[in-house]
Ligand binder design. Structure first.
Ligand code: ANZ
Ligand code: ZN
Length: 874
């Protein structure tokens, strides 16, 4: 028996080398076994792995190793989401080329990833900044263009005057650039867009089919797509008040039932009517300029105070030509949604209510909650958006909201002005086309050429990839591609004249929208995918990543699959059959008396009778323990995966990550608990070594029968096997770990008995130890390899099959009977060993296999041969 401690530092690299040398995690595309594709969101090569990565990749690795043992051809690849701003910032700050910076980081992080012991197929590795990857992305762009899924559009964009780039709305925080902090300006620019809105309805509908996605993610996508059904209404304008050439105002509303509660109209600052009115009204022009300065990004609009300016124009109520409504320019109306104009009903919309209260326009409630007296129902500060009956609404009075909506729609549809109906039912989506142009160097070049004669000319396939120049300079702000002395100057492929390359590069979200498809055949040099292979290996069976990507990344990927299907690169709509969002790794924060943060590595924690005392290790001064928060550099509450692996080993880090909370919740990093995991590793090591001594005395073949002690241990082993198997499939890892601990305790108890075990028990101990190693192998693969050897097994456990569950051990005192139909075996049934015949008959006749074999015939007789066979005659 060994008294040596398990030495992770010595063992882990040794097994990692063996796995590598035998390339056991490389999956083959022509492997005939059923495939299983596990994917974790690939990392951005920032330079170092952080603890969140360790958690993410450990979750995926457990599943990958388990499915491999279950006999699947597991695809578990890894790559690098390698384009993006930080590389350019490094170039500016440290004078290193973005390419060198990126690839150095990749090398460093790859080394770190290897030390975690992940079962990855590195033969498929690529970085999105490899020309051999983005070449195919350029091809996809051109194919999408031919298919009408790419367009050039004048767009109002968020312009960051410091970073000199266009920002997405999400990158604008309180009106400022997320990186630079500069006040964002609105600019009209020609942008390349992907026509994701062609799929709005489809992307929405298909959410219902994604039953292995978290509900919250589906809800977030649903809201982002934002489908609403409503009515487009053409309001006539009072000619006496209206600028020449304007005669009507189109609005979109989801609440046509509230028309009789209307108090004002509001239009966007970008609305043509606003422009027309401002031409003759300098005060209005000034107001418009002011609200444009603040910006119309959603973020800004939601938080800014509601403001308006009366244009003097009056609109006529569609049901009463004598009812005139003032038309305001308002800062909360977006030009990009609906028609850029609304009618305001303050009693039933909070925003409208805030607005009228500010400008003293009053309100009239038109929906009265059930049970309220309409006469006393008044609205002051809080709008009512619930159910009820129509009031103060002429012919709508007494109707429900739905009835009123229908009535208004019907009447206005049937009324016409000019040659068009006044009302028209309409479906609107919040989802906008995806603007992918970025005025940045370190991204995938957009493969088109601008020719003064021929306009936009696509680069031909044979000229792909359009590669980035290596000698770009970053000594002045703006797009280094644009500044490059020669790169953009080319001859037009069509007319041979002088022309210029597009200098915009693609949004990095494009890079991550199809990498999972590329992983299926990254060796194909001539096409983005090999459809036959991609269609076999896709979709990803289990995708795992942070909830921060729940909207954009997943939606863009879903769009890409559809666009790639439309252009013949893959055959499926949905790229991810299963989606899992993991929680964060969080940690206490530590602060000195002066408020500055110190890192966990700098403090010592003393646990005594008076509770915990935290002091600064260097000086002994008291440290205040602050709230538990997401690990971040600014709060200094991070732990470095390298340090953890160096002191405890990867297996301990992996075990800890999995044990302490459900994978979709946050896990609190705690040194004490990590030490607990470390002690458990040593305990398992002793347990397996002790078991191996006994195993040597076990009979070489399975005993014919088992005594009570052996049976009890076997039941514990197969029970644990059953629970862990189903737990891993559902990613309930923390529950699995609890079962493993419990089973280890049961085995330890048997080993602690003084008497020498009888042969049947020795056999059961050997079996139990082997099962135990199988169970923790996905979580602690290095320790498992070492234990596998100790138990005398040959080969690697990473290549071994998952043990067979003996189901009859799962049922308390049960027997398994062979079930026959007309003498032919159709299955088995496990029943309590004292079960009576009627009970057995019911169980047998309930089996699908029996019903199938009977094929509708009536049962004539059921013969039970006790403890052996049941024959159904029919
Ligand atoms: C009158 C009304 C009365 C409205 C009421 C709401 C409540 P969703 O569900 O998001 O589609 N709206 C329409 N276009 C807008 C724009 N460009 N900018 C800002 N707001 C706009 O919301 C549709 C509702 O949002 C519409 O219905 C309109 O206000 C407003 F008691 O019309 B409603
Ligand atoms: Zn030309």
């Amino acid at each position: 028996m060994t008294s040596e401690r398990y030495n992770a530092r010595e063992s882990e690299p040794r097994w990692q080398r063996q796995w590598d040398e035998k390339a056991i995690f490389a999956s083959k595309n022509d492997d005939p076994r059923p495939k299983y594709y596990v994917l974790e969101m690939f990392p951005y090569p920032s330079g170092r792995i952080h603890i969140g990565h360790v958690r993410n990749y450990t979750l995926g690795d457990v599943l990958a190793r388990f499915m491999r043992a279950k006999g699947f051809n597991v695809l578990h690849p890894m790559g690098w989401d390698a384009f993006g701003l930080p590389a350019e910032n490094a170039a500016i700050e440290r004078k290193v080329a973005p390419k060198a910076w990126t690839y150095d980081n990749i090398a460093a992080m790859k080394k770190q990833l290897r030390s975690i012991g992940l079962s990855l197929d590195w033969s498929r590795e690529f970085a999105t900044c490899d020309p051999s990857y983005y070449k195919h992305q350029q091809k996809l762009f051109l194919d999408f263009m031919k298919a009408g899924l790419v367009e050039r559009e004048k767009r109002k964009v968020n312009w960051d005057p410091v970073d000199m780039t266009v920002l997405a709305n999400e990158q604008v925080i309180e009106g400022r650039g997320w990186r630079s902090g500069a006040v964002i300006e609105q600019r009209e620019m020609n942008q390349w867009v992907f026509k994701i809105t062609k799929y709005s309805q489809e992307l929405l509908d298909a959410l219902d089919t994604l039953d292995r996605w978290p509900d919250k993610v589906r809800l977030m996508q649903r809201n982002w797509i934002g489908r609403s059904e409503g009515l487009l209404i053409r309001f006539a304008l009072d000619g006496a008040t209206t600028p020449a050439g304007e005669s009507e105002l189109k609005i979109f509303t989801t609440r046509p039932d509230t028309l009789f509660g209307a108090k004002f109209m509001a239009i966007s600052a970008d609305h043509p009517l606003a422009q027309a009115a401002a031409a003759k009204n300098p005060k209005l022009a000034e107001f418009i300029a002011e609200i444009k300065r603040i910006g119309t990004a959603q973020e800004v609009i939601d938080t800014a105070e509601k403001q308006g300016f009366d244009t003097g124009i009056r609109a006529l109520h569609p049901f009463d030509p004598n009812w005139k409504l003032p038309v305001y320019v308002a800062n909360f109306v977006l030009m990009e949604y609906g028609t850029g104009a609304i009618f305001g009903c303050p009693a039933h919309d909070q925003r409208d209510l805030d607005f009228v209260n500010k400008y003293a326009l009053g309100n009239t409630p038109v929906v009265c909650p059930e049970g309220q007296d309409p006469k006393s129902f008044v609205i002051t500060d809080v709008a009512y958006d619930g159910d009820g009956r129509m009031i103060n609404s002429r012919f709508l009075d007494g109707m429900t909201i739905d009835q009123a909506k229908e009535e208004v729609a019907k009447r206005l549809e049937n009324e016409s002005r000019g040659n068009a109906p006044v009302g028209e039912r309409q479906v609107n989506f919040r989802l906008r086309d995806w603007g992918i142009s970025r005025q940045r160097y370190w991204g995938c070049p957009i493969p088109v050429i601008h020719c003064p004669t021929c306009d936009v000319v696509p680069v031909s396939d044979k000229d792909l990839p359009v590669t980035l120049p290596d000698d770009a300079t970053f000594d002045r702000p703006g797009n280094a591609l644009d500044h490059h002395p020669t790169w953009k100057h080319v001859t037009c492929p069509k007319c041979g004249g002088q022309a210029q390359r597009e200098t915009d590069t693609m949004d990095t979200f494009v890079d991550s929208s199809w990498y999972f498809a590329r992983f299926t055949d990254p060796w194909n040099e001539t096409a983005p995918t090999t459809p036959a292979v991609a269609n076999r290996m896709m979709p990803v069976d289990q995708y795992i990543g942070g909830v921060e990507h729940a909207i954009l990344h997943l939606l863009y990927s879903r769009f890409f699959s559809r666009a790639m299907k439309a252009t013949g690169h893959i055959a499926m709509d949905e790229p991810f059959a299963g989606m899992f969002t993991q929680g964060m790794v969080v940690h206490e924060t530590y602060q000195k008396a002066d408020g500055t943060y110190v890192s966990p590595a700098e403090v010592t924690i003393e646990t005594g009778d008076n509770g915990r005392r935290v002091v600064l290790a260097a000086t002994g001064e008291d440290i205040t323990v602050g709230p538990i928060e997401k690990m971040s550099k600014s709060k200094k509450n991070t732990v470095d995966p390298d340090d953890i692996i160096e002191s405890y080993g990867a297996d301990v880090a992996r075990w800890f990550m999995l044990s302490d909370s459900p994978p979709d919740r946050d896990v609190i990093w705690s040194d004490e608990r990590v030490q607990g995991a470390s002690r458990f590793v040593q305990r398992l090591w002793r347990l397996i070594n002790e078991s191996s001594e006994i195993a040597k005395q076990a009979p070489s073949s399975r005993p014919g029968s088992f005594g009570a002690d052996a049976l009890a241990l076997r039941k514990a082993a197969h029970g644990a096997l059953d629970k862990v198997s189903s737990g891993v499939e559902r990613l309930h890892f923390n529950v699995c770990l609890a079962h493993i601990r419990e089973f280890a305790n049961a085995l330890a108890e048997v080993l602690s008995r003084p008497a020498k075990p009888a042969p049947d028990l020795a056999w059961a101990i050997q079996e139990a130890a082997t099962i135990l190693v199988h169970l923790f192998a996905p979580m602690m693969p290095h320790l498992a390899e070492e234990c596998w050897q100790v138990l005398g097994h040959t080969g690697l456990i990473s290549e071994a099959s998952w043990p067979q569950i003996e189901r009859d051990l799962l049922v308390e005192d049960s027997v398994t009977l062979v079930v026959q139909v007309n003498g032919k075996k159709r299955g088995e049934v496990t029943v309590a060993s004292n079960a009576q015949n009627p009970e057995i008959e019911t169980a047998v006749l309930g089996l699908d296999a029996v019903k199938l074999a009977l094929d509708g015939r009536t049962v004539r007789k059921v013969i039970v041969v006790p403890k052996r066979i049941v024959n159904v005659v029919g």
